[in-house]
Ligand binder design. Sequence first.
Ligand code: SIN
Ligand code: CO
Length: 408
Amino acid sequence: MTSFYLSKPYDPPQAPQNLPLDRPWALLGGISPQQFMKTHWHKKPLLVRGAIPAFELAKQIGEPLGSAISAEELFKISGNDVVESRLIQAKPWSFADGPFKKKSIPSLDTPDWTLLLQGMEARHPAAAKVISWFRFIPDARLDDLMISIAGPGGGVGPHFDSYDVFLIQMSGRRRWRISEQKDLTLNPDLPLKILRRFQVEQEWDLEPGDMLYLPPHVAHDGIALDAGCQTWSVGFRAQSYKEMLQEGLWRLAESLEDIPELEQRFADPKQMATSSAEQLPQEIIDQIEQKLKGLKLDRVGTFLPGIAAYLSEPKPQAYFDGSTNDHSPEEFKRLLEKQALKPHPQTRLLALGKTIYCNGEDMTSGQTLPIQKAWRSLAAKKETKGPTGKIELENSLFEAFVAGWLIF
Ligand code: SIN
Ligand code: CO
């Protein structure tokens, strides 16, 4: 047995509340988050050796670290039917979607397989902590943390993603080969999204603790070099403009329900006799124009609540179980005075100015000030400690708690 099996698990720290954005970070190869965003984000790849210095330090003292999550734990998680998982075989390429029984996953030293697990921040606190390191990037852009575990030779093949991604090596070594090629045609004969031609431009072997940042559309291929190779990918999503506008418009259309005067019927007492009866009457055009102006449909601010609500929607496979949060409003109030309330790991929070959206809903409009403050703290700091002052028993904080969106 190699020392890999005996190594101590790495315990990732939670990032501090206030991130030093102008200071050099080991995670970013000695540049500051400000500098990283200026020179690399959404622009060019960055290889960081020793992004997590703990791995190198542990190696130097002869006590190498293993991944924060063991292979056994990952296999167990892949058996959960609410977790998005996929098993990929190379040579020849094939794949299956989870959940997986332990016996359907090859042993760690079997060559050419990879198991992918999406949304791991909701499954293991270590993954949630790693995600916290990247909060110098807006939450609205965050997608999830995916973990891959592979046998030697395992990988998903040369491909490109439409997302920004930080690929953190957590166990074993992985050979990354990348290319900024223009030709992104896929091979139509394969069951996976694999590039037809991959022209390698750069190649590195990443050791545990190393990290590779890739902006969207950089072709890449990562091949596991060791048994049980683990790569943790922190991925950032970006919706199409069409998606954001459609979702914003759709919610805006829904919100017209709340304007009673729009129920009134069109009236045209000023309509004159016409010789072109087939034309849409000017009366309708003029009156609709007035309504559009009144609704400020030409201003971005009108669309933003719908877009913010949309971007705060949880993943489609998110599952909230409020049944364990079975407390009366009075009990909830008492608990809130003693314990920190936190978002469930699958809850998404987004702020638009002082309005807070949670899992697709506006939680602050019409709420008391202490409740609004609690939501702002939940969005900014991912926790709130007992709102002081009077709080109504029926409030959006309690409702979200009952729904399982918030937890103690
Ligand atoms: C992997 O971890 O094997 C694949 C990650 C990626 O290429 O996006
Ligand atoms: Co990729």
